[in-house]
Design a protein around this ligand. Sequence first.
Ligand SMILES: [Zn+2]
Length: 100
Amino acid sequence: MSISVREFELLNDNLFSITWNDNHQSYLLLRDIRNACPCATCKAALKGFKKKIEVKNPECFELISVEIMGSYALKFKWGDGHDTGIYSFESLLALECKKD
Ligand SMILES: [Zn+2]
């Protein structure tokens, strides 16, 4: 069975939750999601990490909207207007954190 998203929800300023089609629920930190942005711009910035450490503004981690892309990914829009990151369901599962 391939994974898909049943529902997702912003729980608070830091925490996002995804319920998968197998009823597994994942909790993800917005900061982790943004830092793992898979778009070309962010990947290039990450490659240059050793040369220049970019300090992100708090609005970078503010979630504006989430859109389902077909049957394989979610697209996040952030407070700084960044919305080119398309996260496959697998990559989101990998960002799951433990909620205490
Ligand atoms: Zn990006």
